[in-house]
Ligand binder design. Structure first.
Ligand code: FDA
Length: 295
């Protein structure tokens, strides 16, 4: 799942991606969340890692998430967690993955906290939607992510809508390198924005809380206009952004009184996440050049 950046040494990827990652330890993540909370942002914490090679690794990830949830509670932080099922063994043993996820959901419930299931690539989409469908009726503190670039989202979203439900919408990141495997993905960026906005509208229509995960200023404007037109209260949605991305835009949203949540990844398994962020960065060449020169 982690696609390497050709010809770029691992050490440089690490250097260029420091701005996107809160550190290696729970303590570093806690310190960063404290700063974000002080700025007025809430957070969602991601223990870095995806597609485990064995189930023991998945169990260690569960323990780390429980430690994070305890630390959030102990430090009185405004933060929840985001989880990638592939890091809990989804592609090795679905039943064990669900048990692992349940342990995290129970730990979150003990602290009156919430677990977001991140949406991964085409190998995981159906399984993650089904797993969420099994968990949600018994556990109200779980939410799912849907990707606007998938045509199937029009079908997937409908049974997930309603009062008390909580979704995150994003454009989607995984397909680009595997278009040939995904036959129902839109590629045109403008069209993806229109679909994204449609799904936000469905959340607004149905009283579903929605996390709007994007740094796209035009899309954010379209969402705020839609909310204004439909008289949607600011407590019914939030903007979500990645740590280290578009901080001036984040500041403007906070200043305008919108809720903003920052995705805070930390941990030793940084490579897959870092390569995705670096590839999305429009100044990528500049960062890598600077990193090479200051090595
Ligand atoms: P777009 O890619 O058009 O970027 C808009 C602008 O933002 C760019 O022009 C640039 O200025 C800036 N920008 C974006 N990325 C940057 C970077 N790395 N460095 C510097 N500037 C950058 N995807 C998924 O498939 N499953 C998931 O569960 C999630 N979860 C998720 C949570 C949160 C909180 C966010 C913000 C995003 C995700 N994503 C995700 C990723 C999402 O699908 C998408 O790939 C990225 O957010 C980039 O798309 P934008 O909507 O920001 O627009």
């Amino acid at each position: 799942m982690a696609h390497a950046i050709p010809l770029v040494p691992r050490a440089l990827v690490q250097k260029a991606s420091r701005r996107y990652i809160a550190g290696n330890t729970v303590g570093e993540a806690v310190a960063r969340i404290g700063k974000l909370n002080a700025l007025g942002c809430s957070a969602t914490v991601d223990v870095l890692g995806e597609v485990v090679a064995d189930l023991r690794q998945a169990e260690r990830t569960v323990d780390e998430y429980i430690e994070v949830l305890d630390a959030i509670h102990a430090n009185g932080l405004d933060a929840n967690v985001s989880v990638k099922p592939s890091a809990l063994g989804l592609l090795l043993d679905e039943a064990r993955c669900e048990q692992n996820l349940l342990q995290i959901v129970h730990a979150a419930a003990r602290h009156d906290n919430f677990v977001r299931i991140d949406m991964e690539d085409a190998d995981c989409t159906q399984r993650e939607i089904e797993m969420f469908g099994r968990l949600r009726p018994k556990h109200s503190n779980v939410g799912l992510v849907l990707q606007a670039y998938l045509q199937r989202t029009y079908r997937d979203i409908e049974p997930l809508l309603g009062q008390g439900r909580n979704l995150r919408l994003c454009k989607g990141i995984y397909v680009e390198e595997r278009w040939h495997l995904v036959d129902d993905a839109w590629r045109d960026r403008r069209a993806i924005n229109a679909h994204f906005l449609h799904h936000v509208g469905r959340c607004f229509d149905t009283g579903t809380f929605v996390g709007i995960a994007t740094h796209d200023a035009a899309l954010i404007n379209a969402v705020t206009e839609l909310a204004h037109r439909r008289k949607i209260d600011g407590s019914r949605f939030e903007f979500q952004m990645l740590l280290g991305v578009c901080e001036p835009l984040r500041g403007r949203l906070l200043q305008a009184g919108f809720r903003v949540r920052i995705y805070v990844p930390f941990g030793k398994d940084w490579y897959g996440y870092s390569t995705r962020r670096i590839k999305e960065n429009p100044q990528i060449a500049g960062y890598l050049m600077r990193a090479m020169l200051t090595r």
